[in-house]
Design a protein around this ligand. Structure first.
Ligand code: ADP
Ligand code: ZN
Ligand code: ZN
Length: 830
């Protein structure tokens, strides 16, 4: 009787695969390497058994067992199973996302001489030479050296072959194609001790003539004392436009050496700066009460979900800190999820200041090695406080006692690729499996979470006042239709906003202006035929970026139009591509144009801009925020990045430009998003001793999202929005899935959409409403055509069953799984 194991593989197929065990018997939850359609893949063992598969085809053996103990705990395996089921996602792809350990498996290529290769070697050089005439004599000789080297029959690693014969990978691969060699892939686990490369300036080197790029590198190294991690160096070189190869040149010339040293433990770049954290004040009454509720739940034990609804500036962060401290005191670990660490570096920094070496940070800017390192620290129980973005919900916590999801309404918690899970909802499920306490915090809770609180599924904690009795800012609406009538001009900034900005700057206070579009102009339009200039890969208009020098990293001279979806660029055409008219004009001001206009209006202001063109990583953000805190900047313009949880006490005026534009988007969450954005950005005003003011420029002053936001009335907004959702059978009154049919071929996409549409009709689903097929709002994205259905059902089980039945039918119709995107609880319907 043989032994078998079922392995979940990261492939878009809703099944596991059976392999024969020979040798080491893997345990459930361990990683293995297995052959899969000509490749070697890493998968996770989900079952070990003796049931020989019935199918006729050959069962291949496991090639290597990578872990002798389960890498994923039973609890995480269970969570993975739940995600696969709930989000209708392949288990192997779910597991891949949970195990950030790809960096630990290294692949080598090795080569062995083949039959044909021997023939060539023995039958002499002359015979084959005419066929190989494309190669230079030197290359032909090299091929013979390789054959000679391998003559003994042993396989040799590529690195060994390269140093013995000088053959490069291209040459070896050519020999594989001619069947002179066979290539083997060897995967081996890497040394657990991580090494990192450090570039070191060679001090005594005599400086020969250098070009500008070479000088730049030497200067960069000299500036930091002669040593720098190669990774960091590369980053700053890319930024400065110095080609990577320059470093290699310097190494060859003996001016720089690259050393490998054991990597030091680091927190992924967030320094504590030796500061005490800003959340050490004695908690006020509301905070104490909130903490009391959470602490009591932890003491009592068991699964307990909470919704913490606390207005902006009510001091939620201090409650999180205190609750996490309680978890530590009780010998448990605590997990804090945040939308994006890079955007709110203060939070991470203060966590480190408060909890020191107990903290592990998990976020998207870590390298695979750093991520693996943090993962192991957490799993060994060395880091009991984990702060991270979405995927940190899978951190291998030991004794998990508390999960906090900050800004739980934030759409960055939804993963927009398979598996399309929602980090917040997974957090709740994970707390359930661990019998832990979970707290979802927000000033603008999602309607889903609010509904759960209303139903009593979540305990609601409220913090309805700002700390230290600070008042909420006054909100004033500026009707832009009226403004246009009175001035006869389409201006970015209204007279009111200019006046208030001037007054605020004159008082020595700070101003933040939200202009939620990056670039200079969002659309280039032909006046003659009305055509917009669209991306060649996507059905969206291209954004004009004005070429500038200095810190605008993305806008480059000569390539002025950019697609914000696929990143492609082109120059501004001289004439309309459709009608050849030369009357092109630019519409829709972005943050770049806003900044330019502000410079004209307020020549003495110290202006800063915060958007993805000026802030590319955490360090840019930290620098910009430091300049803001220090008062070096007194007027900041930017996209929704500026609305995130920044706590800048000098800001007394917030201006909002064009945020109501999003009300027109074809998405049932449009009003909710506009309300959230307005509330969050308004929350940036008046956080210090002085009262704040908010001016909202709008074309829809009567819209309820705007009206309620102006009154800081979240409950009022929710009540109204709930009515609409109920009438329209949208979440939280129904469960919803978006199904996208995608193909590079338009005919294929439409035909499949039709096929599935007919099936939905025939299936006569009386418990599921099906909208579509329709062209997706963005019908072409990255060269792929997209059609979609929106499915709504009262019960989750019905929805899941329908989706699975549809996938089963699609398979019989030859529609591959990768051409169907199933997005359960879709957040964006675009
Ligand atoms: P929220 O996240 O709810 O918008 P924060 O947690 O950022 O609010 O707190 C707002 C500000 O109030 C911060 O500057 C914080 O340091 C301060 N703060 C919090 N709690 C107290 C307190 N009990 N007394 C005084 N200041 C506090
Ligand atoms: Zn035209
Ligand atoms: Zn594009």
């Amino acid at each position: 009787m043989g032994l078998f194991c079922d392995v979940a593989l990261p492939v878009p197929l809703d099944q596991t695969f059976t392999y024969a065990v020979n040798g080491v018997v893997p345990v459930v939850g361990a990683r293995v390497l297995v052959p899969f359609s000509g490749q070697r893949l890493m998968g996770v063992v989900v079952r070990v058994h003796e049931d020989a598969p019935v199918e006729e085809f050959e069962i291949k053996p496991v090639q290597q067992v990578l872990d002798d103990a389960a890498l994923l705990s039973e609890e995480l395996m269970k969570l993975a199973g739940w995600i696969a089921q709930y989000y209708v996602a392949p288990l192997g792809e779910v597991l891949r996302g949970m195990l950030p350990l790809a960096a630990e498996v290294k692949r080598h290529f090795s080569y062995r001489i083949a039959e044909q290769g021997r023939k060539v070697l023995y039958e002499g050089a002359m015979k084959g030479s005419s066929r190989r005439s494309k190669l230079t004599v030197e290359e032909q000789n090299r091929e013979y050296s390789v054959l000679n080297y391998l003559e003994g029959g042993e396989a040799a690693k590529m690195s060994a072959l390269r140093s013995a014969t000088g053959a490069n990978k291209g040459l070896l691969e050519g020999m594989v194609r001619k069947k002179w060699l066979v290539r083997e892939v060897v995967a081996e686990e890497r040394d657990a001790r991580r090494l990192e490369k450090v570039a070191v300036l060679v001090a005594e080197a005599r400086l020969p003539k250098l070009n500008e790029n070479q000088t730049a590198i030497l200067a960069e190294l000299a500036a930091v004392g002669g040593r720098m991690r190669v990774r960091d160096l590369r980053l700053s070189l890319t930024r400065a436009g110095v080609p990577e190869s320059t470093l290699g040149t310097l190494v060859k010339r003996g001016l720089v050496v690259v050393e490998e040293v054991a990597e030091k433990f680091h927190l992924g770049g967030v320094g504590a700066h030796g500061k005490k954290h800003a959340h050490e004040h004695a908690l006020n009454e509301a905070q104490m009460e909130a903490l009391g509720t959470i602490a009591a739940a932890m003491e009592k034990g068991g699964f307990r979900p909470h919704l913490l609804y606390g207005i902006t500036g009510s001091g939620k962060t201090s409650v999180y800190f205190a609750a996490m401290q309680r978890a530590l005191d009780a010998g448990k670990s605590a997990l804090l999820l945040v939308p994006e660490i890079g955007l709110t570096p203060a939070m991470a920094g203060q966590m480190v200041a408060a909890f020191g070496g107990e903290v592990a940070l998990l976020h998207s800017q870590l390298t695979p090695d750093e991520r693996a390192e943090q993962w192991h620290r957490i799993r060994r129980g060395e880091a009991r406080i984990v702060v991270g973005t979405r995927s940190a919900v899978f951190a291998p916590m030991v004794d998990l006692g508390l999960i906090i999801v900050d800004e739980e309404h934030d759409s960055s918690y939804k993963q927009e690729e398979t598996p399309r899970y929602h980090g917040r909802d997974v957090a709740v499920m994970r707390a359930k499996f661990n019998e832990a306490v979970v707290v979802l915090g927000s000033a603008t809770p999602s309607l889903e979470s609010w509904a759960n609180a209303e139903k009593g599924r979540y305990a609601r904690i409220e913090m309805r006042a700002r700390v230290a009795d600070r008042p909420m800012p006054l909100v004033e609406l500026v009707d832009m239709r009226e403004e246009f009538r009175e001035t006869g001009q389409e201006q970015i900034f209204s007279r009111r906003l200019i006046e208030e900005t001037q007054a605020t700057l004159d008082r020595g206070e700070q101003v933040i202006l939200l202009l939620n579009r990056r670039g200079y102009s969002s659309t280039v339009l032909c006046r003659s035929c009305g055509e917009k200039i669209e991306c060649e890969n996507c059905a969206v208009s291209m954004t004009y970026h004005k070429p500038v020098s200095g810190n605008d990293a993305i806008a480059q001279p000569g390539q002025r139009l950019e697609c914000h979806y696929c990143g492609s660029r082109r120059s501004v055409p001289k004439a309309c591509p459709k009608c050849e008219s030369e009357h092109l004009y630019f519409l829709g001001a972005g943050s770049q144009q806003g900044e330019e206009r502000l410079q004209e209006l307020f020549p003495t202001a110290r202006i800063g801009r915060m958007d993805r063109d000026t802030v590319r990583g955490r360090s840019d953000m930290e620098r910009l925020l430091a300049r803001l805190h220090g008062g070096e900047i007194n007027l900041l313009v930017g996209t929704q990045m500026i609305a995130k949880g920044h706590d800048i006490h000098g800001v007394t005026l917030v201006g909002v430009i064009g945020a109501d534009f999003a009300l027109g988007l074809p998405d049932f969450r449009a009003a909710e998003r506009v309300f959230q954005l307005l509330t969050q950005v308004s929350g940036r005003a008046g956080r210090g001793d002085l009262i704040g003011k908010v001016l909202v420029q709008t074309y829809h002053p009567e819209h309820y999202a705007i009206q309620f936001a102006a009154k800081h009335d979240y409950p009022g907004f929710v009540a109204k929005e709930m009515q609409y959702r109920r009438w329209m059978h949208y979440p939280p009154f129904a469960v919803l899935a978006n199904v996208v049919i995608q193909s590079e071929k338009l005919e294929e996409a439409t035909a499949w959409a039709g096929t599935l549409g007919r099936w939905f009709q025939m299936a006569r689903l009386d418990k599921v409403r099906v909208l579509g097929p329709a062209a997706a709002p963005i019908v072409k994205l990255k060269r792929i055509y997209r059609f979609h259905f929106v499915l709504k059902a009262e019960r989750r089980q019905t929805l899941g069953e329908t989706l699975r039945a549809m996938l089963g039918y699609a398979e019989t119709q030859g529609i591959a799984r990768r051409n169907l995107v199933v997005d359960v609880d879709a957040v964006h319907l675009m």
